[in-house]
Design a protein around this ligand. Structure first.
Ligand code: HEM
Length: 521
């Protein structure tokens, strides 16, 4: 009887607890849905109730979620509610507010999904951090290694990869085979990262494959981030991003560092790569990254976590991104014969006048304005990140586009949307017209630069801009000078998939070796 009484009470208590939980949950839903400042804003109705709309937008929109945002803004205007607490902003005037230097808009919780577990706990990093101090400390210690002058010393590593790629492409040209250049550009970007990070290519170009599943590992990680980033509170329960850490460990196994760090003197070898730089800076005390508790080596040696960090940034932030940008630039060049021909004139005349070497240097590529404009225009039409770069409205709330948004609202600008603002980029914004980056007035150009979000903006702007511009600025003239490229199947377009990046597949081209002035191939 006593047991029956206890059971009955347990059922009643559970019932009350569950009811209380659901009432609380429902009240919160109602509060968020009708929150002042947000309730007036248009958008898909379901999005104001649940973040699952955002998960659905990522999952269902595997090919089109970046376009969905364009359609939403065309329909609803500058501010669109895309989540219970999320506003997508399409207003150039909001860029300095949301992304400017010294502002108080911090990265949203979306970025938690980029934090990986290390030695049993989830650790912060430069890309994902929400802490201004931590960000400043990390960035200021390594930024000079990404400067033009520092990168100039790494050119021979990049050239080594270019030569292998040219050889491989020559093989396809000789056999008159159609080739999907998408994977080759990705293998190139990966091998460059290996070469400049620790003077060793991953071997993707030589083998023509995704060595050790590195690229597919990063792809899986980004799928995880794209989805779990919408529900970041799940991240710790999914053990941080286990896939991320496994991939990094594959990229940079312990024995690889030992091999290069014979007697801990790698930095003394005067190698021109990031690992040598960081180790040197660590020993001389110029660098003191912020994870002392994760150090396993003596205090003045390059630490485990620092190596992890350097490798993490290089390989995750710098390889897929550069490959996607390269694919976009080649795609638009091949689809625009006028632009292709004009760029060839710049490259060929530069080489024959001796201003540009056959393996263009960083300096050469900087002096080719049309090439620089083509690269920018490719990334304008195809921004690499296919989601909003999210930030949080700071304490006290703020006005965006004349509308008051309460503190804590997640806001951000979608590059795929702002890059098509006709008031900034002109009525011909759908066209691939690199001239817009050269011919416009200084004032218009300044506005275009401000609204060019391919590399983000302000204090959290991409650290690797110069590095990727160097890679692309060297590779594109080298390929175009050696080969005539054409789209192999005019009736077939490339395929796009947006998760976090908007990645392309199916770039089938036909290559023909070009003749030099003396008639040799
Ligand atoms: C075409 C190539 C690239 C593109 C389009 C690109 C794009 C971006 C974007 C959009 C952001 C800002 C993300 C945000 O605000 O949430 C970013 C940040 C970052 N990128 Fe890149 N990236 C490229 C190449 C690289 C390379 C080569 C590296 C390094 C090897 C790199 C390292 C970083 C780092 C460390 C950050 C975080 C900066 C900070 O928060 O201070 N990126 N990148």
């Amino acid at each position: 009887m006593l047991l029956g009484y206890v059971q009955q009470n347990a059922i009643i208590i559970s019932y009350y607890l569950l009811s209380a939980f659901f009432s609380y949950w429902f009240a919160r839903k109602i509060y968020h849905c009708f929150k002042p400042g947000l309730r007036e804003l248009p958008g898909p109705k379901i999005a104001s109730w649940t973040r699952l709309w955002r998960v659905w937008a990522v999952l269902s929109g595997m090919s089109t979620s970046h376009m969905k945002f364009r359609q939403l803004h065309e329909k609803h205007g500058k501010l669109v509610r895309v989540g219970p607490n999320h506003i997508s902003v399409a207003d150039p005037a909001a860029i300095p507010k949301i992304y400017g230097f010294n502002n108080k808009y911090l990265k949203s919780d979306f970025y938690h999904a980029f934090q990986a577990p290390y030695k049993g706990r989830i650790v912060d990093n430069l890309f994902a951090t929400q802490s201004t101090e931590f960000h400043k400390s990390q960035r200021s210690q390594v930024a000079h290694r990404f400067s033009m002058s520092s990168l100039a010393g790494m050119q021979s590593s990049v050239d080594g990869c270019t030569k292998i790629l040219l050889d491989k492409l020559r093989g396809f040209a000789d056999k008159q085979e159609v080739v999907d250049i998408g994977p080759w550009l990705q293998w190139y970007a990966f091998d460059v990262i290996g070469a400049i990070t620790f003077s060793q290519r991953f071997g993707c170009l030589e083998s023509g494959s995704d060595v050790g599943g590195l690229i597919s590992g990063i792809e899986d990680t980004l799928k995880y981030v794209g989805v779990v980033g919408q529900l970041p509170e799940l991240h710790p329960w999914l053990i941080g991003n286990a896939k991320l850490i496994t991939t990094i460990q594959k990229l940079f196994p312990d024995n690889q560092i030992k091999k290069y760090d014979l007697e801990g003197k790698y930095y003394q070898s005067k190698k021109e790569d990031f690992l040598a730089y960081y180790m040197g800076d660590s020993v001389t005390g110029k660098i003191r990254l912020d994870h002392d508790d994760l150090r396993v080596s003596p205090a003045n040696e390059f630490a485990d976590y620092d190596i992890f960090w350097a490798n993490n940034t290089q390989s995750f932030a710098g390889s897929d991104t550069t490959a996607i940008a390269l694919r976009a630039i080649f795609y638009y060049l091949l689809k625009s014969p006028r632009v292709y021909a004009k760029l060839m004139t710049e490259i060929d005349s530069g080489i024959s006048a001796g201003h540009v070497s056959e393996m263009a240097t960083l300096d050469n590529s900087m002096k080719m304005p049309y090439l620089q404009a083509c690269m920018k225009e490719g990334m304008r039409l195809h921004p690499i990140v296919g989601q909003v770069l999210e930030r949080c409205v700071p304490k006290g709330g703020d006005f965006l586009s004349g509308h008051y948004l309460p503190e804590g609202t997640v806001v951000g600008i979608h590059a795929w949307v702002i890059h098509h603002d006709p008031s900034i980029f002109g009525e011909d914004h759908e066209d691939f017209r690199p001239e817009r980056w050269i011919e416009n007035s200084a004032e218009k150009l300044k506005n275009m630069e401000k609204c060019f979000l391919a590399f983000g903006a302000g204090s959290r702007v991409c650290l690797g801009i110069h590095l990727s511009m160097m890679e692309m600025g060297k590779l594109i003239p080298a390929i175009l000078h050696n080969f005539q490229l054409e789209w192999a199947y005019p009736e077939k377009d490339w395929k796009l998939e947006t998760v976090w990046f908007t990645k392309q597949t199916d770039l089938f081209v036909r290559l023909k070796a070009r003749q030099k002035a003396d008639g040799t191939p």
